[in-house]
Design a protein around this ligand. Structure first.
Ligand SMILES: NC(=O)c1ccc[n+]([C@@H]2O[C@H](COP(=O)([O-])OP(=O)(O)OC[C@H]3O[C@@H](n4cnc5c(N)ncnc54)[C@H](OP(=O)(O)O)[C@@H]3O)[C@@H](O)[C@H]2O)c1
Length: 339
């Protein structure tokens, strides 16, 4: 079987927001899979904000992607040919991969999925990395108690939507922020958050204060920026802040204008005994079996709802990625390559 793989590679490092010209498509004919290898056809690719970080050089928890190399992603793929007894043609697997439509991988890199248990693409969202992020950030750092108030931005997105729902399952109040009336209506009416505020409203900070009359006990940080500024004065003594992402700053090329606010932040941390704790979900991979089990139960009971924002075709990967960083996605961002 002759298969040509198309791969999107990094052509230039962006200065600010990524541009289509920062990427290019390359093609290569793949060899037959060898012993212990599997030829895969990509069915679904995940787009996640962390990928923006891999495009730039600079200190981070992971090395930048080299120019001419493809960015990382999570993929769901079908086995087209197998050189390993553990995988048969037609099996569906999850794999940490790259922005491409076919690949040869070692069998040991693959996690077999059961398509009868859940739609396979949920392995990239609610049953995958974003779900684990919400679950472990709350379990290990946020630790919301019944009756407490939990606030999260990007509340209609992959992680934020789950943070609020999980908080409510534990008896806490969930207040979200999202970009626009449609997203906010979904967050309250479908996901069941107690309130949701449009992050673009001119009086966003006042609306947030009104929605949190007893202050904020857990702020699950996904965005930074104006949302963080509005949250900080509302944090209660002993509030917990899992610092998970700061998407408002991912395209920034310099510090924001204005005075240095670090002293005020340190004063708040000190005088209110606040806990700020950064984390990368990989720190908690050991929780994966517990998470899969719990999430499967929640989904079966319809306790957790999720929404996918699906775009078709590898050619749409770059514009969809740029749009996600601008908040144009509504739900978990996915690229569908094949049925
Ligand atoms: N630490 C970890 O291991 C880990 C793992 C997964 C994700 N994360 C982080 O979690 C955050 C959410 O990721 P996700 O996958 O769930 O993405 P997502 O919410 O599905 O999509 C990104 C959303 O961010 C919001 N946004 C964009 N620009 C913004 C701005 N300037 N201010 C406020 N919000 C803005 C937009 O929503 P609205 O327009 O509705 O506001 C956009 O839809 C990201 O910061 C990501 O890096 C961290």
């Amino acid at each position: 079987m002759t298969v040509t793989a198309r791969t999107i590679v990094l052509a230039a490092r962006p200065d600010g927001a990524p541009e289509p010209s920062d990427f290019r498509m390359e093609s290569a004919v793949l060899p037959e899979p060898g012993q212990g290898e599997v030829l895969l056809q990509t069915l679904w690719l995940s787009l996640d904000p962390y990928m923006r970080g891999r495009m730039s050089e600079g200190p981070s928890y992971a090395a930048a992607t080299e120019l001419g190399q493809s960015l990382p992603t999570e993929a769901v793929a079908r086995v087209l040919a197998s050189g390993d007894a553990a995988f048969r043609v037609g099996d569906i697997v999850a794999v940490h991969d790259q922005w491409r439509d076919h690949m040869i991988r070692n069998a040991g890199d693959l996690r077999k999925l059961d398509p009868t248990q859940a739609p396979v693409q949920t392995a990239l969202g609610v049953m995958g990395m974003p779900g684990m992020t919400a679950y472990t950030g709350l379990k290990h750092i946020g630790k919301p108690k019944a009756g407490e108030t939990v606030v999260v931005g990007a509340a209609s997105g992959a992680v934020g939507a789950l943070v609020g729902q999980m908080a409510r399952l534990g008896g806490a109040r969930a207040v979200g922020l999202a970009g626009g009336a449609d997203k906010c209506a979904y967050v309250t009416d479908t996901l069941g958050f107690d309130a949701c505020i449009d992050r673009n409203a001119p009086d966003m900070a006042a609306q947030l204060a009104a929605a949190c009359p007893k202050g904020i006990d857990v702020y699950f940080e996904l965005t930074g920026g104006a949302i963080f500024d509005a949250v900080l004065p509302l944090l209660n003594p002993f509030a917990r802040v899992p610092v998970c992402g700061t998407i408002a700053t991912y395209n920034a090329t310099r510090l924001p204008a204005g005075p240095d606010r670090t002293p005020a932040l340190l004063r708040a941390i000190l005088t209110k005994s606040l806990t700020f704790r950064g984390f990368i979900v990989s720190e908690f991979w050991g929780d994966a079996p517990e998470f899969y089990h719990q999430m499967a139960d929640w989904l079966k009971a319809s306790d957790i709802r999720y929404r996918e924002d699906v775009t078709e075709g590898l050619d749409q990967m770059v514009p969809t990625f740029i749009g996600m960083l601008e908040g144009r996605n509504f739900g978990k961002t996915l690229i569908k390559l094949a049925d």
